[in-house]
Ligand binder design. Structure first.
Ligand code: SF4
Length: 244
């Protein structure tokens, strides 16, 4: 009996769905030069999303994972790490295999996640060297930002998984005056600090890529103000204020 033929459809079903690649970035993994792989798909629908074109999963991957691996092989010696971003990379069942393949090339691994899939995050954390986890808001405000009910529970479970893993990390929150009151921001920061978060960043909303006209036309210059930033900063050992 002849060996079963691996069809291209069956083959691609096991491959990470990649919506884009940045071959070189000095800003996506602290202190490292990295390539960034943007995984396709996200279950949430945040109005301020910079990559709304990556939210939906298409039948086939926009970029072939084997081609992405070839590109990464050509980057050996030029970059330190590969960051998996999105979209929400933990949405993809092929993420773990992809991380193993990239580790085998000798790269460090960074992961950007909003924590929508805590179980899969937990499974892949042993393969990750650094994680940037996006925490959207206080529990009460969460679903209003993601557009999906019960999203805070998943995010907080993921936050706990990151803290328990011991993997180097940064927690970050993108803030916009139409979405976060000063009290929301302080309440969230206090919650994270009480959980044991020591490294936190507030990211000022930036309109690049955002498809929500209400958010892009609302003035947000100078928000959050210096007094609130100082209160939040005092809660963490490491703190950064930056543009998203
Ligand atoms: S979780 Fe991130 S990728 Fe998903 S919609 Fe929100 S901002 Fe976009």
């Amino acid at each position: 009996m002849s060996a079963p033929t691996l069809t291209s459809a069956a083959f691609s079903a096991k491959q990470l769905k990649v919506g884009g690649v940045t071959p070189f970035s000095a800003t996506d993994y602290p202190g490292k030069l990295a390539a960034v792989v943007f995984v396709q798909g996200c279950p949430w629908r945040c109005g301020y999303c910079h990559n709304p074109h990556l939210q939906a999963r298409t039948d086939s991957s926009p970029l072939d994972w084997q081609q992405v691996l070839k590109l990464l092989k050509r980057r050996i010696g030029l970059i330190d790490a590969v960051v998996f971003s999105g979209g929400e990379p933990t949405m993809d069942a092929a993420l773990e295999d992809a991380l193993r393949e990239v580790r085998a090339l000798g790269f460090g691994i960074g992961l950007h996640t909003a924590g929508a899939y805590p179980r899969r995050l937990n499974e892949v954390l042993p393969l990750v060297d650094w994680v940037g986890i996006d925490i959207k808001a206080s529990v009460q405000a969460y679903d209003g930002i993601t557009g999906i009910s019960d999203s805070a529970r998943h995010a907080l479970a993921s936050a706990q998984a990151v803290l328990s893993s011991g993997v180097a990390h940064e927690f970050r929150t993108t803030v916009h005056p139409a979405l976060h009151t000063p009290n929301d921001i302080l309440t969230l920061a206090q919650t994270l600090s009480a959980m044991g978060v020591r490294n936190y960043a507030l990211q000022r909303f930036r309109s690049t890529g955002c498809a929500d006209a209400d958010l892009t036309t609302t003035a947000n210059v100078g928000y959050p103000g210096a007094e609130l930033v100082a209160q939040v900063s005092a809660l963490f050992t490491e703190f950064n204020l930056r543009d998203a």
